[in-house]
Design a protein around this ligand. Structure first.
Ligand code: 13P
Length: 249
């Protein structure tokens, strides 16, 4: 049975003190849930987050990492650095990394390969832009994003992969994919993976939806059979909202 997951991508938000305060609040309010709960604070606050969550079931993820083992890459963070803090989950391929920092499928393929080789779990993000959906290219775009970045993985490596379908037009816009649109795309993604590998790999991979998930729409989106949870941006920054979303699983 694949895992249900609710992950909060905090993006470039929350100072150290704010991180500690939000995690304290979240821990105090955390409901009993069948969902795995993950938070991804900024790099500089990962260590504090780990410390604040000792003994908690909430897991900590990084928002990005470099593909190289180490070396002259000023400002970058390696897998080993994350692992040395006990952080073994990393978000890769977020549309903001693609749009603002020029990360393309080829680079992401290298990052995913490193993360898998290091034993990390990868939350791999992808999704079409508005123009692509309007011109009915969304399935094609998603298929190529998956193929270009993930086709080198063997079936076993998929145990370390969590997918996050995030249509770019729904991120931070308040516009959400309808539950039907999410289900349609998630089913397509699962079918694509079944075709490339087999139905066991496809059935076992968790596919999260991301893009303006809020307390008011989470439960309906999560009720769809191929939606295994969410990757939450803005609403993960408010403990009560994030908790309501977790309850939607
Ligand atoms: P919002 O929930 O703010 O739309 O962001 C979604 C997202 O980008 C999560 O990675």
């Amino acid at each position: 049975m694949r895992a249900k997951i609710v992950a909060g991508n905090w993006k470039m938000n929350k100072t150290l003190q704010e991180t500690e305060a939000l995690l304290a609040e979240l821990s105090a309010m955390l409901p009993d849930s069948q969902a795995e709960v993950i938070v991804a604070p900024t790099f500089v606050n990962l260590q504090a987050a780990q410390a604040a969550l000792q003994g908690s079931t909430i897991q900590v993820a990084a928002q990005n990492m470099h593909f190289a083992e180490n070396g002259a890459y000023t400002g970058e963070i390696s897998a080993d650095m994350l692992l040395s803090l006990g952080v073994d989950i990393v978000i890769l391929g977020h549309s903001e990394r693609r749009a603002y920092f020029g990360e393309d499928d080829a680079l992401l393929a290298k990052k995913v390969k490193t993360a898998i080789a290091k034993g990390m779990k990868t939350i791999f993000c992808f999704g079409e832009e508005l123009e692509e959906r309007k011109s009915d290219k969304h399935f094609e775009v998603v298929e190529s994003q998956l193929k270009n970045a993930l086709s080198d993985l063997d079936a076993d490596a998929w145990k370390q992969v969590i997918l996050a379908y995030e249509p770019v037009w729904a991120i931070g816009t308040g516009e959400t994919a309808s539950p039907e649109q999410a289900q349609e795309m998630h089913a397509f993604i699962r079918k694509t993976i079944a075709g490339a590998y087999n139905s066991t790999v496809a059935d076992n991979v968790s596919i999260l939806y991301g893009g303006s998930v809020k307390p008011g729409n989470a439960a309906e989106i999560f009720s769809k059979p191929d939606v295994d949870g969410g990757l939450i941006g803005g609403a993960s920054l408010v403990a009560s909202d994030f908790v309501e979303i977790i309850k939607g699983i």
